[in-house]
Design a protein around this ligand. Structure first.
Ligand code: ADP
Length: 511
């Protein structure tokens, strides 16, 4: 049994802006099921605290973080359970920094909070203090699992503070740092660095400085015992110039300690057999029922109601990363081929406006719902024939995994977790029963992405008319096991490797 402190800036269902929340809501549960003592630590945002109230919240510790982030801060730990589970969850309460409505990172004008650096420095520092059992909670983790730049400084603080406790013969816990998306790095100025009160030699390109900026993600990459990302392919990609954002050299340097573990899905939330959001539930054997969901959705969204029309789905943040421009470039092809497109998402205004306009021009064929809507997301997965995920990069991606489970055949770009989870349909993959979707590869062919998408979309629409073949694709995907269990076992091995690293390095580490 391992004691694991899981530090994350969001966790479903307490608060969610993206895939990180899904992982933080699922992996700790899966670890608990494996018999580990796992506790989540996240900031006590106003909405998270509100959502936790039903499960009961009590203050279990109040302490002062001395000399943390430009001075002393008195904070509390409020204990609850992750709703719907037995996972102990600690909310770091510091009202001046976290008691704000809405999004964890953005203000009401969708701008980053001006003090995000200080908010997450404090959070990282608190995680380190808890990791060293210095907050009066009488619980010492074996490993602290940090996630993304918001917790990037935790391994650094643990290293620093751990030196003192190592001298006092109390070893620091091992650290694992997971990169969920390298595009978000937490870059700030020198002033933020001084607020950490770390020794001046940390301002160095081999430490926390990155092109004259203070990089919080580098804290995790340089100082964690083990670094991982959320798919094996993304772990390789980020070591290259195309995907590395200037960190590829450092990531290659840490290559031996860098690995990829695919995310699983919450298979209770995402199960077409029990999904409460659906009018018509189904499984692999009752797949014929699925069509009823498609007809419902067509009706609900004002599209032409016709089961034989191929329905394409897209759900996600409307940002460059997700390949929305490539979808927009192919709208004419979709219309020419008599397909329908259903989009759900929000993000950049230009993409939102372009999608709205496309829907206004062809209201029987295109529906664009701008916003965040959990119920509609489930209904789209249960209704689409083809699910589009033409991301330019994709660390893991969850929607293609939901699609596989729901029989919405995914059409994806050959990058990151998409490449690791979807098997392209060819004569031989159909023959051996491994085909689960359609994969286009603009990189290998050095072809513009919209053109590569166009060719593959044509291929998918051609095959759609071959019903037996299509059903075998759906059935292959629905059989794939993407639950958290296998991934949680891999994390367990990673934690043990990190612990072994710390034990192995302690003599040098003490010098
Ligand atoms: P990312 O973390 O890059 O946003 P992922 O595919 O890993 O992408 O995870 C996105 C998660 O957020 C999925 O659970 C997806 O269903 C959900 N999601 C994204 N946008 C919306 C939306 N507009 N409405 C409902 N769910 C959404």
């Amino acid at each position: 049994m391992l004691r694991i402190l899981f530090a994350s800036s969001e966790a479903y269902p307490l608060i969610k802006t993206g895939g990180l929340a899904d992982v933080s809501g699922s992996l700790p549960r899966a670890l608990l099921k494996l018999g580990h003592d796992v506790r989540i630590l996240m900031p006590a945002y106003r909405d998270a605290l509100q959502n936790a109230r039903a499960a009961g919240v009590k203050t279990v510790a109040t302490f002062t973080l001395e000399n943390a982030v430009s001075g002393d801060h008195t904070v509390s730990i409020m204990e609850t359970r992750l709703p719907g589970s037995r996972v102990k969850t600690w909310l770091l309460d510091c009202p001046a920094l976290f008691d704000r409505p809405g999004n964890p990172y953005l203000d009401e004008n969708n701008q980053d909070y001006a003090d995000n650096d200080l908010r997450f420095l404090l959070f990282s520092r608190a995680a380190a203090e808890l990791g060293l059992n210095r907050c009066g909670l009488d619980w010492q983790p074996d490993v602290v699992h940090c996630n993304d730049w918001q917790t990037g400084l935790t391994p650094v603080f643990l290293d620093q503070l751990g030196l003192q406790s190592a001298a006092a013969e109390q070893p620091r816990p091992a650290t694992v740092f997971t990169i969920h998306n390298l595009a978000y790095q937490g870059l700030y100025g020198y002033e933020t660095f001084t607020a950490t009160q770390l020794p001046a030699n940390f301002w160095h390109h081999e430490a926390l400085e990155f092109h004259n900026q203070f990089s919080l993600i580098k804290g995790g990459i340089v100082y964690a015992d083990r670094v991982n990302t959320v798919s094996p392919t993304y772990a390789r990609e980020i070591q290259s110039e195309r995907f590395g954002y200037g960190l590829q050299g450092l990531l290659r340097h840490r290559g031996e300690k860098l690995s990829g573990i695919l995310n699983g899905i919450n298979d209770e939330e995402w199960n077409p057999g029990t999904d409460a959001y659906l009018m018509h539930r189904y499984n692999r054997r009752t797949i014929a029922q699925r069509t009823k969901n498609k007809l419902e959705l067509q009706k609900q969204l004002g599209l032409k109601v016709d089961a034989s029309i191929p329905l394409l789905g897209f759900i996600g943040r409307l940002v460059e990363q997700k390949g929305v421009d490539w979808i927009l470039a192919n709208i004419n092809l979709m219309l020419e081929r008599g397909a329908q497109l259903v989009v759900l998402g929000n993000g950049e205004h230009a993409f939102e406006a372009a999608l709205r306009e496309a829907a206004a021009l062809a209201p029987l064929s295109i529906a664009a719902t701008i916003g965040y809507n959990e119920a509609l997301a489930h209904r789209i997965e249960a209704a689409s024939d083809i699910f589009l995920m033409p991301s330019k990069f994709e660390p893991c991606g969850l929607n293609q995994l939901y699609s596989l489970r729901y029989g919405a055949v995914p059409l994806v770009h050959n990058v990151g977790g998409l490449a690791d989870t979807v098997i392209d349909t060819t004569a031989s993959s159909l023959e051996d029963g491994s085909a689960t979707g359609f994969v286009f590869d603009s990189l290998a062919r050095d072809e513009p992405g919209d053109i590569a998408l166009q060719t593959t979309l044509g291929r998918a629409l051609d095959l759609y008319t071959d019903k037996p073949c299509w059903q075998s694709l759906q059935s292959n995907g629905m059989q794939q096991d993407n639950s958290w269990k296998q991934s949680a076992l891999k994390y367990e091995r990673l934690y043990r490797a990190a612990i072994a690293d710390v034990a192995g390095k302690s003599p040098a580490y003490l010098t």
